[in-house]
Write a protein that binds this ligand. Structure first.
Ligand SMILES: [Fe+2]
Ligand SMILES: [Fe+2]
Length: 251
């Protein structure tokens, strides 16, 4: 069986793969939490600042949820190698704000806030789609299902927030800059997502002893998704639409 459902269930049912899945997720979420907290401290706009802080607090909570899932299985987090570290790979590719910048105290310029918001627009779309798929697949799992439902609800808020804030910047005359940046970020993201997916798949295949034909088919599937996204579907990561939940992260 090669459905997403069958693969996710296989990953959940084996300690080694469950450990990698939760560790990768915990690291990405914690990283997002740390970044949002630093960014909030460097935003002067009193409307935007608390929303970014809330965004950070949510991501940190997601990190803790995945750590708790590991503990409940008697596992601890494993190292997340660079090949499968989505967040770090995006940063190295020049997407969003660099860590060095977040170590400096100077307030963020509009251009830097846009880098943050466009990075969030693209990555929150991905997070939202992935977690909605997991929500459906693990609906009847008492522990994982509950955690994923909480996270899925937050990611909807985050995505809505990025639409709303980018629309505000667009109305202030930044629409062309946002379009240009969003296209650049989306094209880097889809290639990064493909590479991370191949890396995760190779590790899961190793741990679960998947056959060569099964590995080959999954790799073909990952490349096919990339082609579809590169030709057309990258646009869904960049459009600015009315927010699904206006004021989602407002205090
Ligand atoms: Fe998250
Ligand atoms: Fe998020």
């Amino acid at each position: 069986m090669l459905s997403a459902r069958a693969i996710y269930h296989e990953i959940r049912d084996h300690d080694a793969t469950y450990r990698l899945f939760c560790s990768v997720a915990a690291k990405g979420e914690a990283q997002g939490g740390w970044e949002n907290a630093r960014i909030a401290e460097r935003i002067e706009d009193p409307v935007l600042r608390p929303k970014v802080a809330r965004h950070g607090a949510d991501e940190e909570k997601h990190g803790r949820l995945f750590e708790a899932l590991l503990r409940r299985r008697g596992l601890d987090a494993c190292d997340v190698p660079f090949e499968v570290d989505y967040t770090l790979r995006l940063e190295r590719a020049g997407i969003g704000l660099a860590h060095e910048r977040l170590g400096e105290d100077a307030p963020l310029s509009d251009e830097e806030i846009l880098r943050y918001l466009v990075h969030s627009r693209v990555t929150e779309q991905r997070a939202h789609e992935e977690v909605e798929e997991q929500r459906a697949i693990f609906a009847d799992d008492p522990e994982l299902g509950r955690a994923i439902r909480m996270i899925a609800d937050d990611e909807r808020n985050h995505l809505s927030f990025t639409h709303e804030e980018l629309a505000r910047f667009a109305a202030r005359g930044y629409a062309d800059r946002i379009d240009e940046m969003a296209r650049e970020y989306a094209l880097v993201e889809i290639a990064t997502y493909r590479d991370v997916s191949l890396g995760v798949m190779a590790r899961m295949a190793e741990a679960l002893g998947w056959s060569r034909p099964k590995r080959w088919l999954l790799a073909v599937g990952i490349h096919a998704i990339y082609v579809w996204e590169r030709l057309w579907a990258w646009r869904r990561l960049t459009s600015i639409e009315p927010p699904e939940r206006p004021g989602a992260l407002a205090a």
